[in-house]
Structures are given as C-alpha cells and as structure tokens.
Design a protein around this ligand. Structure first.
Ligand code: B12
Length: 226
C-alpha cells in the first residue's frame, strides 16, 4: 500500500490526471491520480490517510519545486487538475447520511486569492459532517460575505487564504463582519496562517485542517444555529 500511496503522490506532483492523460509524456499509459485514488480507497485506505500521506505530499512537493524556481504556473495548474481528479473519488467518503443539517457555514477564499482546493476540501468535510455550506468561491471580499450573511443570519463564517499577501485581506473581512454582526463567529484556515495571526486579526479561531474545524464547530454550535 505504501508503494501505491507513493505513486499517487508522484501523479499529483507531476500532474498525471488519469490513465488517458498525455501529460507527462514519460507516464503515458500508466494509471493516474484518478485510478490510483480509486484503488487506494477500494483497498481500504481512509480518506484522511490518503490526503495526508499522499495527495498533500504531492501538492507540497510541487509547491516546493515552484518556490525553488524548478516548476512553473502550468505545473501548478496541472497538479491542481490531478488533485481535483482524486478529490472526485473522495467526496462520497465524506458524505453523511444526515437529513437535517447542523447549521450553515459561509465559506470562501478571500480577496485576491484564487486557491480553492483547500477550501473545497473544507466544504467536502463540513458537508460530510452534516453542515450546509454556502460556497462563495474564490476572490471573495467583505461585501460578498456580508450579503451571504444577510441571507443566512445564523451562519458561521470560514475564510481561506494561501498567500502571505492575501491573508492580510482577512482582517478587513473579519472587521466588517464583526461590525455588522458582532456575534457571528469567523474562523480562518490556509497554509500560511497561524493561531497567533487569527488572534491578531480578531477572528474566532484558526484550524490547520478541516477535521479539527468540524469537530470544534460540532461541539460548540452544531444543531444550535440554523
Ligand atoms: C495549486 C497551487 C496553485 C494553483 C491553484 C489552483 C487552485 N484551483 O487552487 C494556481 C496555479 C492557480 C496557483 C497560483 C498562484 N500561486 Co500557488 N500554489 C499551489 C500549491 C502548489 C498547492 C496549493 C494547494 O492546493 N494545496 C493543497 C490544499 C489541500 O492544501 P491547503 O490549501 O493548504 O488547504 C488545507 C489547509 O490549509 C486547510 N484549509 C485551507 N483553507 C481553510 C479554511 C478554513 C476555514 C479551515 C478551517 C482550513 C482551511 O484545509 C486544507 C486541507 O487540509 C501551493 C503549494 C503548497 N505547498 O500549498 C502553491 C502556493 C500556495 N502558491 C504560491 C504562489 C506564489 C502563487 C502565485 C502568486 C504564483 C504567481 N507568481 O502567479 C499565484 C497566485 C494566484 C492567486 N491570485 O491566488 C505560493 C505562496 C507563497 C506565499 N507564501 O504566499 C505557494 C506556497 C507555492 C510556493 N511554495 O511558493 N497556485
């Protein structure tokens, strides 16, 4: 199984989407992210293990190569495509059988930021845990969060940012939300963030991954808000 997870990480890193994909040329005809994810799940690997031990490893590697000037934007895009192909198979594993939802979370990647894979994973996990998610997509500024809050006045808010520049835009969103709706909890996440930063911008908490976030809001707000 270790071997399969290693091969899957390579598919993510190199952007090998599926068996039919022509890219990268030296991997033509081999299973890609789609097939290997399916095989790992069928073999009983948990979705969390798959994410942490393989998919995120591949993403981190391509990110590191990019930072070192050894990979470029098209390489990141094709890696993102492979990641999305893998995530299609993960979705059913996060789906809950709950008919009635626990509450609503308004989720978005903040102003100036186009990274949405992490945000989409958070959405998947929250929906799987029985939360309704209002997804504002990427590049979402204060106005969009406030408009969504008007429609869903008891919702919680989750902000995502992947850039050290765009994480600074979270502060304005937190301020605007708190000014208009002081009781609305706002949580933040994304690779460059920290609990310290969350405290500094007046957010209600930072979570490094969706599972701990879901546990926290389940304990604190689940079934109370609508
Ligand atoms: C794929 C990718 C892209 C793709 C994004 C495609 C897409 N649809 O998302 C594209 C090509 C568009 C891209 C563009 C850019 N990118 Co980019 N990208 C990445 C890469 C390789 C992977 C990101 C990713 O999807 N990770 C996997 C997901 C699952 O992880 P995640 O997002 O961290 O999410 C997890 C947690 O953080 C958490 N989480 C996330 N959000 C939230 C929210 C809440 C509420 C909670 C609780 C949790 C949570 O849960 C997730 C699951 O555990 C990273 C490298 C890396 N190591 O992350 C660089 C990286 C983020 N990019 C980087 C850069 C510089 C850029 C560009 C500026 C490049 C350029 N010169 O144009 C542009 C910016 C575009 C923009 N305006 O946003 C840098 C950022 C450096 C920095 N410190 O600011 C990185 C770190 C690469 C690097 N090492 O240099 N990128």
């Amino acid at each position: 199984m270790e071997e399969l997870l290693k091969r899957l990480a390579v598919c993510i890193e190199r952007g090998k989407v599926d068996k039919d994909a022509r890219h990268p040329p030296d991997m033509q005809g081999q299973d890609g992210a789609s097939e290997l994810t399916r095989q790992a799940l069928d073999a009983g690997v948990s979705s969390t293990e798959l994410l942490e031990k393989s998919l995120m490893v591949g993403m981190r590697r391509i990110g590191d190569r990019f930072a070192a000037g050894k990979a470029f934007i098209p390489d990141l895009l094709i890696a993102a495509k492979a990641m999305n192909a893998a995530m299609v198979h993960l979705k059913p594993y996060f789906t809950s059988g709950e008919a009635q939802h626990k509450g609503t979370v308004i989720l978005g990647t903040v102003t100036g930021d186009l990274h949405d894979i992490g945000k989409n994973l958070v959405k998947m996990v929250l929906e799987g845990e029985g939360w309704q998610v209002v997804d504002l997509g990427t590049n979402a500024g204060p106005d969009r969060f406030l408009a969504a809050l008007q429609e869903n006045p008891h919702a919680l808010i989750g902000l995502s940012a992947l850039l050290t520049t765009t994480m600074l835009n979270m502060e304005t969103i937190v301020q605007q939300v708190k000014k208009n709706s002081p009781d609305t909890p706002v949580f933040v996440g994304g690779a460059p963030l920290s609990a310290d930063f969350s405290g500094k911008i007046g957010a209600d908490g930072y979570f490094p991954e969706p599972q701990s976030f879901a546990r926290h809001i389940d304990d604190k707000y689940g079934r109370v808000r609508s």
